[in-house]
Design a protein around this ligand. Sequence first.
Ligand SMILES: Cc1cc2nc3c(=O)[nH]c(=O)nc-3n(C[C@H](O)[C@H](O)[C@H](O)COP(=O)(O)O)c2cc1C
Length: 409
Amino acid sequence: MPIDISAPFTLPCGTTVKNRIAKAPMTEGLADPMNRATSRHETLYRKWAEGGAGILVTGNVQVDRRYLERPGNVVIDQNGGQDELRAFAAAGTLNDTILLMQIGHAGRQTPRRVNPRPVAPSEVALALPESAFGAPRALSSEEVEDVIRRFVHVAKTAKETGFSGVQVHGAHGYLVSEFLSPLANRRDDKWGGSLENRARLLREVVQGIRAEVGPEYPISVKLNSSDFQTGGFSYEDCLQVVKWLEEDTVDLLEISGGNYENPAMMMGGRGADEIRATTIAREAYFMSYAEGIRKATNIPLMVTGGFRTRTAMDAALEEGNVDFIGIGRPMCVDTDAPAQLLSDPDGKAIAYEQKIKPSKGALGWFCLNIIRHADGMEPDRGMTGEQAISDYLVNEENTAAALVGRKLD
Ligand SMILES: Cc1cc2nc3c(=O)[nH]c(=O)nc-3n(C[C@H](O)[C@H](O)[C@H](O)COP(=O)(O)O)c2cc1C
């Protein structure tokens, strides 16, 4: 029997997923001024759970309210919010959906409006012109240990409040990914230098979570196939790290790439000529990396970035180098994109077509449409890039201004 997107799959920990489509993690920006989950998460995740995906990965939930990826992130520390998380989890697990909470620390990619002095492995600022990000200070070794405890605490809370599993955000240039990168991590203690040392934070986070949640609770990791930067975390590094993550009993690896300096996650990395050689890779730009990763590890693989048609999804599954198809941007518009795909064996494209160019406020366009769903509205398919830029900025400034209960360094 050929495998296609409708086939169930059982993760190593024993959890069975009803099909092969996973909503990729996407920041929601819907928390209240105390960074607790709200009824807007419930509304949004109910729609997504009704939309047919086997897995929903949440947007990144933060371990430390001083270093957010965005002012409206959910934070889990000692400040309550458990009842709201329970309601969020109940909505996102409707319809036999597996709901993974993505856990992250923004590191030096914390926006200046959240904190002008973020933390990082080393004092290396982002190489971005007119940076919206402050220069970071280096974490002390004790503070790195504290970060690990915080990840474990969030995972424990996820399990207690009804999330089906967790995903550690080790990609896209946030703190864990910064530790992996020789460009951002210039440390000479046990957290820097060799790949073994650079991967120590990620591995200790995963090992700590496993010890806390037990063998039957799904743990996923999102990892870059490469940062696509000279001297950064490379594909060869990735191939070694995935072997270690298998020893650490990871159940699902989501493959992506890039960071804020080089946003390959949205459009593919450098080396695009080489990776566009096959039809599947033309659509899903990290698939050719999955082939090598498949040879390096037995961890089930999810690949995210560019997948749009059932034809390419089924072909990628049938080729055998991927187990789950990650879908991000289409889900901001058509929350039922998985159901549409599953009921369309002829392979026509997902209804949504991207009309916004990356430079024209695209991220804001998708974020604002997520918020519209959370507020019970239909998506605004005709929103212009200019409108998205200005509305998104206002939304972020207002959310940042409303934040309470934070004490910055
Ligand atoms: C609005 C938006 C928010 C995102 N937030 C996150 C996030 O919180 N965590 C993460 O790992 N990736 C995040 N991503 C990246 C997506 O998970 C995914 O890797 C990317 O959109 C490429 O997949 P696609 O081509 O199917 O959209 C985000 C993407 C978008 C468009």
